[in-house]
Design a protein around this ligand. Structure first.
Ligand code: ZN
Length: 262
């Protein structure tokens, strides 16, 4: 047996714990030095021991979310997969850092509908470096421009849609929600730099299709529960996590996509 497998699992587990902490703290602008409660009305500080032992909040007794448990476990398994697939420790290291970054961005987007600016700058360095290393600077640059251009066009369409929706629902129902946020444009640019051209347009298409299928399922369930159409029209799905999930499939499980397409 490969002696590094348990080490890879431990790296994934530890990475998951770090991601949990950052996903709790960063969206609320809290200092990194102490873990905080996941209840946004509480945000009380945990000790590191309480945090690592997965205790409920000492202040409001809120239990740790399913994400807190799942992230380290899934990342431990995924790290072993990355290690077994990698040609070298360097490739494993790069894949691992990129994966942790993308999981963090996806979790914060899912939970807060935000692509944080603090994360955009380190992401830019990571994606440019990995993209140039994998495809050369031309393909990486073209990918970044492609991702930005495609998503900017959708963003502008989304602004138009939001205006029409606000008019139909009446201005008192205007929740300020954008179909596509400007964070999605940032994320598409980063993924474009990472994946290069032409893979980025396929990645965005896959993400939009995924998000569409999931939105239709949710709207279908709401309608079956005899909720009003108006409520179904208010359903909002962040696109970011779907773009990131598609990038994971393209980068690490291309065989699955080939199997579906053929
Ligand atoms: Zn609390």
């Amino acid at each position: 047996m490969d002696y590094f497998v348990p080490v890879a699992a431990a790296i994934g587990l530890l990475g998951g714990v770090v991601i949990n902490h950052l996903a709790d703290v960063l969206p609320h602008d809290k200092p990194l030095r102490a873990p905080v409660c996941q209840n946004k009305d509480c945000l009380d500080v945990y000790t590191w021991q309480q945090f690592l032992l997965m205790k409920p909040c000492p202040h409001c007794a809120t239990r740790r979310s399913a994400r807190s448990w799942l992230t380290p476990l899934v990342l431990a398994v995924f790290a072993v997969y990355l290690w077994l697939k990698a040609d070298s420790a360097l490739v494993f290291g790069i894949d691992m850092v990129l994966s942790l970054y993308l999981v963090l961005v996806a979790l914060i987007d899912l939970e807060h509908r935000l692509v944080l600016r603090v994360l955009s700058i380190p992401g830019l360095f990571l994606c440019v470096a990995a993209g140039i290393w994998a495809h050369g600077w031309q393909a990486s640059l073209l990918g970044g421009l492609g991702g930005f251009g495609i998503m900017m066009a959708f963003y502008l369409l989304g602004v138009l849609f939001t205006k029409i929706r606000a008019r139909r629902l009446g201005s008192e129902n205007d929740d300020g929600e954008e179909a596509l946020g400007s964070g999605d444009v940032t994320l598409a640019t980063l993924l474009g730099l990472l994946l290069g051209w032409p893979l980025i347009w396929f990645n965005l298409l896959m993400g939009i299709l995924f998000a569409g299928v999931v939105s239709l399922l949710i709207i279908g369930i709401l309608l079956l529960q005899r909720k009003y159409l108006q409520q179904a029209m208010m359903v909002f799905i962040p696109f970011g996590p779907f773009f990131i999930a598609s990038a994971f499939l393209l980068l690490h499980f291309p065989g699955w996509i080939k199997a579906v397409l053929s």
